[in-house]
Design a protein around this ligand. Structure first.
Ligand code: OAD
Length: 356
């Protein structure tokens, strides 16, 4: 591994940015990036933090005292679909009110400049597509908050790009204490009043991630129903713990890693001899690398020759770095555009299409 980002040899990369990058790391990374064609990025929730969206682990990671591994499961949906839908309605609402940040735009621009760059995102927030990331080069490993599908697989109904907020009236974010008290018969207390005063900027209503804010119990009849079979509920089109990744996504990613090219000696009697294409570089951005198979793609890229660059706030989430890798510590929204600048220039920062 090369020098850690903040070292005694810093440069201030731009007068308006506070990210301090080691000059030698930046130079060696830039040289490698410029010569790289086959690039893989593995993205996680940290990419969207500066857009205002929370991560899953660490401070602020819990939703009403639930962690993602307990609420993002088929079992949780079966036993309490109203609660699980409320969790996703909240995340849809937050994501729709959030905006892509400079890192989303920078990665989208890198994809346009490097056609063999493939991004594997664990994020379901829709911010990479809204930043104009070319769809063919973006694989949404965990689906999208804005896809909904029938809970009954045999029905097969799926609806993409549903940006309605709320998706049904019962899943609207509670607006004020009186409406919550009315729906839930719970009298608001001082903690609720305080939460109302400090509600996050993205939430047009109460911040129901706080377990002190009462939420209504939503009857099954008020949840979104499948318009096809008319009996089952619709569910968010995201991958839950215990489920496999979407087949089409898996096969596209496998196809990328399985690409072959003729060996250098592929002439004469060796004609037709093929070898796997190398991966040049793997960018691991804003992920704790704890959830598989997503985290495993970094190892896969490394096994195919990639040098790894980790961008994360937390040094301890940069796992298994080796000689020749890089660790850039700090906010992805500042660091990613900076380290890609020699290839992408100043990335544009306007949304291609506004959801909603
Ligand atoms: P995590 O919450 O596990 O990790 C977020 C990572 O982002 C941590 O390593 C933080 O240190 C880092 N981070 C925080 N702020 C950052 C910033 N401004 N810039 C850069 N890095 C920052 O989120 P994921 O790794 O995405 O799956 O979690 C993976 C999966 O677990 C999610 O897709 C979700 C979750 O449970 C499902 O729901 C299936």
């Amino acid at each position: 591994m090369q020098n850690i980002a903040i070292s005694d040899k810093h440069i201030m990369s731009s007068p308006t940015k506070s990210a301090l990058l080691s000059r030698s790391d930046l130079e060696s990374f830039t040289a490698h990036l410029q010569n790289s064609q086959r690039i893989v990025a593995v993205l996680g929730a940290g990419l969207s933090v500066s857009s205002g969206l929370p991560t899953f682990r660490g401070a602020g990671g819990l939703w009403r005292n639930y962690d993602a591994t307990s609420i993002a499961t088929p079992g949780a949906f079966r036993s309490d679909p109203g609660l699980v839908w409320m969790f996703y309605s909240y995340r849809r609402h937050m994501s729709l009110n959030a905006k892509p940040n400079p890192a989303h735009y920078a990665l989208a621009e890198l994809a346009r400049r490097k056609p063999e760059f493939l991004t594997l995102s664990q994020n379901v927030d829709g911010l990479s597509p809204r930043a104009g990331h070319p769809a063919g080069q973006l694989k949404l490993l965990h689906g999208s908050l804005f896809d909904v599908k029938c809970e009954d697989e045999s029905c097969g109904y799926i609806r993409q790009d549903d940006f309605s907020d709320p998706i049904v009236p019962a899943l609207a974010m509670p607006e004020d204490e009186s409406s919550v008290a009315e729906q839930s018969n719970v009298r608001p207390n001082q903690a609720i009043q305080a939460a109302i005063a400090t509600k996050a900027a993205l939430i047009k209503g109460l911040d129901i991630s706080d377990a002190n804010i009462p939420i209504p119990t939503i009857p099954r009849s008020s949840l979104p129903h499948c318009p096809n079979c008319k009996t089952s509920l619709l569910r968010p089109g995201v991958v839950w713990f215990g489920e496999t990744l979407p087949e089409a996504v898996l096969s596209d990613v496998d196809a990328y890693f399985d690409e072959v090219e003729p060996t250098p000696q592929a002439e004469g009697r060796n004609k037709g001899h093929m070898q796997s294409k190398k991966v040049d570089l793997c960018l691991v951005i804003g992920t704790s690398s704890q959830v598989y198979p997503a985290a495993g793609y970094t190892y896969h890229a490394r096994a195919m020759g990639a040098r790894v660059a980790v961008i994360n706030m937390d040094r301890s989430d940069a796992r298994d770095l080796r000689e020749g890798d890089w660790f850039f510590q700090g906010d992805a929204a500042q660091i990613v555009p900076e380290i890609l600048k020699s290839v992408i220039g100043e990335a544009r920062t306007s949304e291609v299409a506004k959801a909603g």
